[in-house]
Design a protein around this ligand. Sequence first.
Ligand SMILES: [Zn+2]
Length: 418
Amino acid sequence: MTAFGADLMARLDAFAGFTEEPGLLTRLFLTTQHRAAADWLMELMGKAGMNARLDPAGTVVGRYEGTVPGAPALLIGSHIDTVRNAGRYDGNLGVLAAVAAVAELDRRGERLPFAIEVLGFGDEEGVRFPVTLTGSRAVAGRFDRAALETRDRDGVRMADALRAFGGDPEAIAAAARKPGEALAFLEVHIEQGPVLEAEGLPVGIVTAINGATRFAVRLRGMAGHAGTVPMALRRDALAAAAEMTLAAERVAAASDAGAPEAGLVATVGRIEAKPGAVNVIPGEVAFTLDVRAPEDAVRRDACAAILAGFKGIAARRGVELAVETTHDAAAAPCSPGIRRQIEAAVVRAGVRPLSLPSGAGHDAMAFAGVLPMGMLFVRCKGGISHNPAESITAEDADLSVRILLDIIRHFEHETPTA
Ligand SMILES: [Zn+2]
């Protein structure tokens, strides 16, 4: 192991000190703790040879010039906001690994034919306001100004919080990179899932950030006495929901077994039965269904198959079925050219290259279709994330910096459509 790993782990530990709740890590968008973390990060970037500033949307931007000042930049970043009671690596690893890579270039006096901009976005988790990807969307030129009018649970408008933070709601459009100013977007992030650990691999190459569709499903059967209504005469909404849950699981499991690259997952995460008494047959059930896949066609076909199955089950059981789509987001495929460049660096590091989809959303999504985009996943213990038990090894952190440096040194610009 080189010195990157130990240094990076120490910085991540120090960075976790910027929290609203002592002993826990909670750093929400535009809080005073977020601002203190941003100041600390800007100072670190300055020591790494970068010019650091805060952009109008609250993103920390550190710029390391290339051989010619003002050259287009390779963007590398992730987020520095956290969920409540978070782990210390989600988001923060990607930002501090990028700073470590640039610090090494600076230490060795290496300049590239392009600039590097390290970005520490402020709002990936979407915990404080009911919106997400504020910083990355602003840089990608996709910010929706309606977000500024949203309020947190104390009634504070995002626009006011942003102004108090040191941002400028009126100038957010200026945060967008103009055509020709940016070359690509790279993000290093913990996997937040168990695949790399199961494969015995420290890192992986992301194929796409999964698209997701969510449904709210309502079933209406007939409530009745648990003792007196014979089984054949029941219209049990909860038994129907149970059968539907297993049907959804079967569709996803069959697809995933047939083609692991398909990466289809389906989850019933919440279920509520009424009236909810030990001696009453459930007459009404509401449950959620979440379906994700790296390819939109795979997700759409799966949703259609699952809902057709639900209809069959409802009809056979004499239960009314109502389905509402509550969320639908397209997949964000990583650019083939960037995937190849990341893969080549992984191979040069002596690691078997494994490609895998991302089941969780990331800042990189905001750049899909705008800039060539790609992600390097880093193994995390037990796949645990959004939890203080989140854990990575210093060796894997070290490797992530070395691979990132290697990607930078071999970086080749591709056209945005590639
Ligand atoms: Zn994250």
